[in-house]
Design a protein around this ligand. Sequence first.
Ligand SMILES: [Zn+2]
Length: 222
Amino acid sequence: MDIKDNSKKDPVAKLYLVDAYMRWALLAAEEVVGKQGLAVVLRSNNLERFIDHYPPELLKISGEITLGDYANLCAGLLTFFGRAGKSMVVRIGRLTSKYAIEKQSAVYNVTARTAARLMPSAMQVKIVLDSMADGYRKLYQDAGQELHFRVEDRGHSWGFVSVECPLCAGKKADTHICWGRIGTLKESAFWLTGKEFEVEEVECRAMGDPACVWEVSKTPKS
Ligand SMILES: [Zn+2]
């Protein structure tokens, strides 16, 4: 696994991140690698300013954290874990969305969940993916930034498409690297349905694709 920095040439890395997203990712990472481990990751990825100083839980953009910073954290964790790190990064993604689900009622609507529970699995998954795509888009729009998320029908699965992917903004790699989102999508689908679904990243901007795409199966694991 080889991840290189390309942030000077990638305008996406200069876009601003919603502050709380960095906080939740840092809290989740700390749970998995410990405070010391996280400090090592932060120090070696130009993120020293976050050591013992997590951003506030603000669902707004203060303009102090970029998508490139978020990608530095994600890539830093992958490098820290090495080749066998995928499952750890997926776990961090799942933990991240636990915080997100608790605090983001606009994206994770409990009333919608109750109604959706009566529907077939494929529709339930579509509902949660649509509300993630709409919620993220709206949050960034409110802060004056246009970020594109959409859900595509890909036969046996739904494709979750993120054009300006925060996980790999400004990165170049020889493999897919946005595995944290696998965890977020799995946990979100689980939150709505109470079931586990297969999720895999199939296209990645870091490999030169136009967007990052994760496929979420329409049927739960048996
Ligand atoms: Zn990505």
